[in-house]
Design a protein around this ligand. Sequence first.
Ligand code: SF4
Ligand code: SF4
Length: 496
Amino acid sequence: MAKFQTPEITEYPVIPRIREGAMAGTKPLTAKPEHQRALGFPGELMDNWKEVAINKMADLLGKYRSLPVFLDSCVKCGACTDKCHYFVGTADPKNMPVARQDLLRKVYRRHFTFAGKYFPKLVGAVDLTEDLLNDWYSYYHQCAECRRCSVYCPYGIDTAEITMAGREILDSVGIGAKYSNEIIGKVYIIGNNLGLPAPALKNTLEGLEEDVKEDTGVDVRYPVDEKGAEVLVIAPSADFFAEPHVDGLIGYGKVFHQAGISWTLSSYASEAANFGIFIGSYENMKRVAMRIREAALDLGVKRIIVGECGHAWRVAYSFWNTLIGPFDFLDPRYPAPQHICEFTYDLIQRGALTLDKSANDHRVVTFHDSCNVARATRMGNVPGGQLTIPRGVIKAVCNNFYDMDEGTIGEATVCCGGGGGLLTDDLMELRVKGALPRMQALRHVVEEHGVTHMAAICAICKTQFAKVLPYYNFSMDQIISVHHLVGDAVVLGAKQ
Ligand code: SF4
Ligand code: SF4
């Protein structure tokens, strides 16, 4: 049983009264020395950690132009304070985006500004102490790097960038989060976040083929390591077996089957997720992503399509071309990379799929925009395609669709509460409390329109909601993959 109270859903969003230190003791478990070292970080807190931390900060300030700009430009207007779901859910003032930034800003001022060096008290500059380092660890792991606060900041300050810098400095002195760092290590050794080896992956996919055959009577294939396939699909590993993810993978297979386009998964690059972005490490992000380039070359594919995973799409869309490109070996007629929703939407637009919308008539659907997709990427060649294309797909396969409140969707979408490397049981209280704004918006459409399901295109959102929905008296199966809806509506067999 939970040792904390689930926040109450009120009729309208309420800005909570602050509760100092409410989440001060909340932090994820730290990574073991061997997991730290596997990623190129010190195994444990170094003796000269203070000096290393300041040097690392200097390095990041020189490397990322955005960091000093964000640290220098805040005018403390307060517009961001109530925009973070973790502040709304926990009432801890250090979960206000501006206060989260200040944890790093006050050390930055002390060491890197004239006023902070000579008149620290006047500008709120302080030395880095062990207590402050602990606060960094705690509160930089209470930020999902969702970037919602930056939408409301008149200066566009992106707290996620500051969180990433904070985590990068922490890793560099030997304190990393177990959840993210262990997972990155598994990708290096085995190829996916779950540590699912190639034979187990092949078995799982064969099992899926049997299930779909039993269900539909049609031989839909879920191929792996097939050289010469046209498309390499990079899916989050949760798609291979977790609920509700796997029904999305089943849907991808049905779409490829009906489109008559050959595809394959890769057992070497069997993971779309890239937790390198969560820890702010471009080196690790590049190393994880490189497996995908290598698999694409090895399999001789012409296109790469990314499955339903929010941060993976951000890494793919925003970073792959510079990190692991150029993709001049792929077919230039298609976007590289392409999102699975973009692919399906294009087929729908061209009339290449026969769809029976009534197959979803027992569902009334809403859509949760995933932060990384909504605020950090695009889809298709129309501005806002990352918001309209998934909805276009859903509306093409469902008769009953209702959006949630405007301030909680699109660019203003609220985080599921488990993004940015926080999807660990160590942080369950934070995850449940941080889900409050989304649960509130969901409750409205449930009451007003009888919504039964919330669709998503992110593996983390799906896992997070499956876990937290019951805390708010919803059922865990109310979260559904967009391609589950597609898979149920696609009419298999000869196109009519
Ligand atoms: S990036 Fe998201 S989680 Fe982090 S402070 Fe801003 S709103 Fe909160
Ligand atoms: S909205 Fe921007 S400028 Fe205003 S307090 Fe927040 S971070 Fe600072």
